[in-house]
Design a protein around this ligand. Structure first.
Ligand code: FBP
Length: 268
C-alpha cells in the first residue's frame, strides 16, 4: 500500500524538491550564473531551508556529501541521467544507481527516474523503471518520475504538438499512474488549463511542476501558484533556486505559496 503522505519528502500533502543533477544533465554551464553553485556543499546548505522537503542529486554527489547533511536534508537519489555530450538517435537516460544502493548505502528517502516516453528507447526505459518501481516498493521509498515525453514518437506524429503540448504532457503523466510512480514531475505546459489537463489524467497521484530555466520571481511564482491552485502538489526546482545569489529569499516565498496557499501578490 502507498503511504506517500507520510513520507519524509511530503509535508501537509505537498513537496518542494530542490533538483541538483544539472552537472550531469547540462554540465557546468548551468553553474555559470552563480559560480558558487558548482560546489555541492553550497546547494546542500541551501537545501537546509525549512521549505525544502528533499534534495535530488546523483549517486556521486550523495556519496560525497550526505553524511554531513543527513540530519538536515532529505535525500532523493536520482537513479538515471544522461549528459549533453552524448549523441544518440533518440532520447535515453541510462541508470546510474540501483534502488538497493540508494537506500542501503546512501540512505535515500526517495528515488527518482527520468522517463522519456515517446523515445525509440522507451521500451528499454520501461524495463528499467519496472525494476526501479518494484525495488522501491520493497524498500518502502517513494518513486518520483521525471515525466518528460520527448523523442521520435512525438515529433513524428501530427496529432501531437510536441513535448510542450498539454495533451502530450498529460499522457506522460498518466503513464506514471499506470506504471506505479508515486509522483510525477512535469514541465509547465504554459497555462492553467494545461496543468488542469495533467491533474485530470492522474487520479490521486501527486504532481510537481518542474522549474525550468531561471526567470523573475514574479513570473516564476505565478506559474507555481497557478499549478497549486488547480491541484499540483508542489515543485521540483533547480536553476531557479541555485542560479540565484539569494536562494533563501525565493525559498521563503515558495514556502508561502506551496505550503500556506498564499498568492504571489501577498509574498512579493
Ligand atoms: P530545472 O528546475 O533547473 O529545470 O531542473 C529540473 C530538471 O528536471 C532537473 O532535474 C534536470 O537536470 C533538468 O531539469 C533536465 O532538463 P532537460 O531534460 O529539459 O534538459
Amino acid at each position: 500500500m502507498k503511504e506517500f503522505d507520510d513520507s519524509a519528502i511530503v509535508r501537509n500533502g505537498n513537496s518542494l524538491i530542490v533538483a541538483y543533477e544539472h552537472g550531469l544533465e547540462h554540465g557546468p554551464t548551468d553553474f555559470e550564473p552563480n559560480p558558487e553553485s558548482a560546489d555541492p556543499r553550497h546547494v546542500f546548505e541551501v537545501a537546509k531551508h525549512d521549505a525544502v522537503t528533499a534534495l535530488a542529486v546523483q549517486k556521486g554527489v550523495a556519496e560525497s556529501y550526505i553524511d554531513e547533511y543527513r540530519d538536515q536534508v532529505n535525500l532523493l537519489v536520482k537513479l538515471n541521467g544522461n549528459s549533453n555530450l552524448s549523441s544518440r538517435d533518440d532520447y535515453y537516460s541510462p541508470k546510474q544507481c540501483s534502488v538497493k544502493y540508494a537506500v542501503e548505502e546512501l540512505g535515500a528517502e526517495a528515488v527518482g527516474y527520468t522517463m522519456y516516453a515517446g523515445s525509440d528507447y522507451e521500451d528499454q526505459m520501461w524495463k528499467e523503471f519496472r525494476e526501479v518501481q518494484e525495488q522501491a516498493r520493497k524498500y518502502g521509498v517513494p518513486v518520483v518520475m521525471w515525466a518528460y515525453p520527448r523523442g521520435n514518437g512525438i515529433e513524428g506524429k501530427s496529432e501531437y504538438g510536441g513535448d510542450t503540448d498539454p495533451a502530450v504532457i498529460s499522457y506522460a503523466a498518466r503513464l506514471g499512474l499506470e506504471t506505479g510512480a508515486d509522483m510525477v514531475k512535469c514541465k509547465y505546459p504554459g497555462s492553467r488549463e494545461g496543468w488542469e489537463q495533467i491533474e485530470d489524467a492522474v487520479g490521486e497521484m501527486k504532481t510537481v511542476m518542474s522549474g525550468g530555466s531561471k526567470r523573475s520571481d514574479k513570473d516564476f511564482l505565478e506559474d507555481v501558484h497557478t499549478t497549486i491552485e488547480v491541484g499540483c502538489n508542489g515543485l521540483a526546482v533547480g536553476r531557479n533556486v541555485f542560479q540565484r545569489e539569494d536562494p533563501e529569499e525565493l525559498l521563503d516565498k515558495l514556502e508561502a505559496v506551496i505550503f500556506e496557499g498564499k498568492s504571489p501578490e501577498n509574498v512579493l
